[in-house]
Ligand binder design. Structure first.
Ligand code: ATP
Ligand code: MG
Length: 572
């Protein structure tokens, strides 16, 4: 797959200042881990990545880059229920697209199944693990509460020999699902609930997408994760805050077993965004129930969705950098993400004119058979972007919204008898409104132009209050445009516990407009190009739904920077 979106030199990539950076630098100073920095990104291939994962990717690969270290990609695929090779492939594409590279270090926790098993036998031999026959429900009851110590399992003190025989039978598939478990023998009275004899293995007679039917037992996350880290020589194992309580267990397994490498688990705040959901379980529901159009629906916070929407990898990296790395959870305003891509595209995107909801105007004093080419600037932020010629003629389109028959007080655009500027063209004045006789709908405006105002200024210096974008009716061509809004109406769709988050879905999150009028230069547009439609926002040529003569444009963001407003408010 080609990733031409990454024009930026990733070698100079730097993570923002953080407590993790401080830890790494201190470790390097003390020559801990022989001065190595080795991180990993450990996704479970049970869904596509979202922007929360992008944060973890930027940190893990970022620290490795910055400190001359290595970062592995490891699929944490120890649960056969929902994992698949397709998801593993999507995840790899997304990470590459974000600009990061694991080189030859692609690993699978499922490749360590034999090793995990051997280590489990070692734990049994050390008297640190036992085969338990309590049901899942009983285990929960025996565990106790935060205030109350748990009760020891009646199976806790089996002999090592008996444990080994039973565990081997579990492995051989001699018992039904959920009938036996292997548990760590730690402390049923520990104040940390995770340490109350947690599960190590459970029976799941289920086909695994990589190991097939070979295994009847599968290891639990806490057990598999620390061992995978250790096997790969990971030095700093970054994870999100909710694993805080799991750290003791992470270290406990490594302390018991004869491992060479002791990685350090460090927790950071997970990324949450307003107006969306970030958990893979919820995203899976939306996709499976077809509330959205697949994992790459441009409304989703998935990497695939953002990419399809038209976000650039650099804008996502910038966003992660701006969010920073904290030790307490918070929710970031989605306006910050939008600000990041807007900021980048402001500097790089070519400007064009497109009319989304067209209203025809005829310039009655402009010659019928004349075409004229006017100079339009490609990007006022980039001198090297040059200019192009745009056709002007007697019949034009402007936006329906740019005209009001009886203008309200704050409406300064076109109205009967009023003069406005057409961008890069002339001043025009509305002389007459033509309506459909039966419906009363405005179908056309008759206007006049002042030929002395070519280029947009009048020799007598008279002013107009608005500048409109437009296209020439005979030169423009039709395209389809998709406008997106937040996927959820409310900032925090999961806050209301009474109502399912799906009741908060925004029914207007996608509006498709057909027969939009596009300036002729857009005929040359190719999939994945980005443009600013003047006054309307930044748009992306959809790579899947565009056809050679009928492009499909996705609006990435509007031009309205609500983040800048938020910043202003908070600095007051
Ligand atoms: P979810 O909570 O969305 O279901 P997950 O944690 O189960 O995701 P994994 O595939 O296990 O998904 O995640 C891979 C890595 O990404 C983990 O190290 C995890 O901590 C990190 N990660 C997941 N969600 C976020 C988030 N919102 N912010 C930062 N890092 C995240
Ligand atoms: Mg997880």
């Amino acid at each position: 797959m080609e990733h031409k979106d990454n024009k930026y030199n990733m070698n100079s990539y730097k993570t923002p200042p953080s407590f993790i950076k401080d830890i790494i630098e201190e470790d390097l100073k003390n020559n801990k881990n022989e001065g190595r920095v080795h991180t990993r990104f450990p996704p479970e291939p049970n869904g596509c990545l979202h922007i929360g994962h992008a944060k973890s990717i930027c940190l893990n690969f970022g620290f490795a880059k910055e400190y001359n270290g290595l970062c592995n990609l490891r699929f944490d695929d120890t649960n056969p229920e929902t994992e698949s090779a397709e998801f593993a492939q999507f995840i790899q594409d997304d990470i590459r697209w974000l600009g990061f590279d694991w080189e030859e270090r692609l690993f699978y926790a499922s490749d360590y199944f034999v090793k995990f098993y051997e280590y489990a036998e070692t734990l049994i031999q050390l008297g640190k693990a036992y085969v338990c026959e309590l049901t899942e429900e009983e285990i929960r009851q025996y565990r106790g509460t935060v205030k109350q110590a748990g009760i020891e399992s009646p199976y806790r003190n089996r002999s090592c020999e008996e444990n080994l025989i039973l565990f081997r039978k579990m492995k051989a598939g001699e018992f039904p699902n959920a009938s036996y478990t292997l548990r760590a023998k730690i402390d049923m009275a520990s104040p940390n609930m995770k340490m109350r004899d947690p599960l190590i293995y459970r029976i799941r007679k289920k086909r695994h997408y990589r190991t097939g039917d070979k295994w009847n037992i599968y290891p639990m996350y806490d057990y598999a994760h620390c061992l995978s880290d250790s096997i790969e020589g990971i030095t700093h194992s970054l994870c999100t805050l909710e694993f805080d309580n799991n750290r003791a267990l992470y270290n406990w397994f490594l302390d018991q077993l004869p491992v060479k490498q002791l990685p350090q688990q460090i927790e950071f705040a997970r990324l949450n965004l307003t107006h969306t959901v970030m958990s893979k379980r919820k995203l899976t529901l939306l996709v499976n129930e077809k509330a959205v159009d697949g994992w790459d629906d441009p409304r989703l916070p998935t990497i695939a969705g953002l990419r399809r929407r038209g976000y650039t990898p650099s804008s996502i990296r910038k966003f992660v950098e701006k969010v920073g790395i904290a030790k307490s959870d918070s929710t970031v305003d989605i306006a910050l993400l939008e600000h990041c891509v807007r900021d980048e595209l402001n500097a790089t995107a070519q400007r064009v004119m497109a009319v989304l909801k067209p209203l025809k105007i005829t310039i009655t004093n402009y010659p019928d058979n004349k075409d004229e080419y006017l100079t339009a600037i490609n990007n006022p932020e980039d001198k090297n972007a040059g200019s192009r010629m745009i056709p002007f003629s007697r019949e034009l389109y402007i936006e329906q919204d740019d005209f009001m028959e009886t203008p309200s007080k704050k409406f300064f655009r076109l109205a009967p008898g009023r003069e406005v500027r057409l961008r890069y063209a002339y001043f025009i004045k509305c002389e007459e409104v033509i309506k459909d006789e039966s419906t009363g709908e405005i179908i056309e405006l008759l206007c006049t132009y002042d030929h002395q105002t070519k280029g947009g200024s009048a020799p007598d210096n008279r002013k107009v209050k608005a500048t409109l974008h437009w296209v020439s009716a005979k030169h423009c061509y039709n395209g389809t445009v998709r406008l997106y809004d937040h996927l959820f109406k409310t900032p925090d769709p999961v806050a209301d516990e009474q109502n399912d988050f799906r009741t908060q879905l925004n029914k207007e999150s996608l509006v498709t407009l057909q027969n939009c009028k596009l300036e002729p230069s857009l005929k040359q547009s190719t999939p994945c190009q980005r443009f600013q439609f003047e006054r309307l926002g930044y748009f992306f040529v959809d790579p899947q739904d565009s056809k050679p003569d009928s492009p499909m444009f996705n609006r990435i963001v509007t031009l309205k920077d609500t983040w800048a407003k938020i910043l202003k408010k908070t600095s007051k």
